[in-house]
Design a protein around this ligand. Sequence first.
Ligand code: ACO
Length: 430
Amino acid sequence: MSQDAYRLISPSGNEIELPLHEGTTGPGVIDIGKLYREQGVFTYDPGFVATGSCSSDITFIDGEKGVLMYRGYPVEQLAEHSNFLEVAYLLQHGDLPTADELADYENTIRYHTMLNEGMLSFFKGFRYDAHPMAMLSAVVGSMSAYYHDSTNVHDPEHRDIFAHRIVAKLPTVAAAAYKKNIGQPFMYPQNHLNYSENLLHMLFAVPAEDYEIDPIAAEALDLLFILHADHEQNCSTSVVRMAGSSAANPYSAIAAGISALWGPAHGGANEAVLQMLEEIGDASQIPKYVAKAKDRDDPFRLMGFGHRVYKNFDPRATIIREMCHKVLARLGRQDTPLFDLALELEQVALKDEFFIEKNLYPNVDFYSGIIYRALGIPTSMFTVMFALGRSVGWTAHWREMIADPKGKISRPRQLYTGPAQRDYVQVDAR
Ligand code: ACO
């Protein structure tokens, strides 16, 4: 981090010198740490539109150019040549693994996939129609009860074990949530299967029959997990960092991240896209819905469009769009009309002045739901799939945050707009 200065003039005409830090690539940041101490003012940036909350070595995004890199590697290269667990190792450890390191890491994940039986019994308490994201968050939160004694956040080995447990066990929790919804017995993990195959097995196998894993389905899931693995300081990752900054139990921090991801403005958008496409129904209705999205008095937005950071295109959407073609061609045509409708909607919106002017492009979630649907994954499980991929980013960021010797508890300030001081009035005098 190189250092230079940034100069501001205060209302009273004083020159204020603030350090300017440059990263490896991308915009630098003005360090405002001393502003309140020296000037008595806070900065104001609701939604963190222009505020860096930390420094990080993990992921870089250039929203103008549509660039996404994990530890310096473009996501396109990783999507083409790597696999999810190798990417998980890269994000967690900073470098691509050697063959031995990768084999060790894969083994560790494979052999930590089972849940304590007590955890499985929690599912009995949920209603049959509980949303799987609610179950995922609750059961991951319960891990803080199972592993509280072995989770010393200041011990690097404990931090490692925590990260392995989250990555390895989340698919088992996710599949159990699905089985709960459909009333089928839980399927135990099988350690000879790779990450995505194991997930498909736990989701779709039943004890009474053999289940054959479709390699295209496993490949598609693996790709989606790579593309969702991390996205720097997005809402859910920032929640994980913030909750973890108090040195709270990290499983609770991940549960908080899962809850944040569920919102339709974030990971919940993949579910919302499918619901929107179904509501639109056919191409003749597209102009009506595009007009609704443009109407400032109508809360409707085109789900799967727009992004806080990408203002050109979302590189993940481009990759997923290709995978959509492959999966639909391989797994049957029943979802093709929905995909065709999505393509048509994309074209209409991309040519529309409103979307052009506001730089609104399809994001990763515009297409992911169509793939999940074609794989037989129900809509309510879409955001759960996103959470499995993002669990890698959450744990990588939590580790980076907790190991930072300069780390502080996250504690933003505010612009107070409530009443100024006033005196208490007895109830009979109000
Ligand atoms: N449809 C219609 N108008 C939109 C859309 C949309 N999808 N997205 C943004 N706009 C408009 C806003 O109304 C706003 O208009 P204004 O300037 O007249 O007020 C302008 O574009 C800027 O949008 P903001 O909401 O201010 O941008 P912000 O960066 O805060 O929000 C967000 C980004 C939440 C992703 C937004 O684009 C959105 O709601 N998209 C739909 C939901 C979605 O797809 N979320 C997934 C994001 S990707 C992810 O989390 C994995």
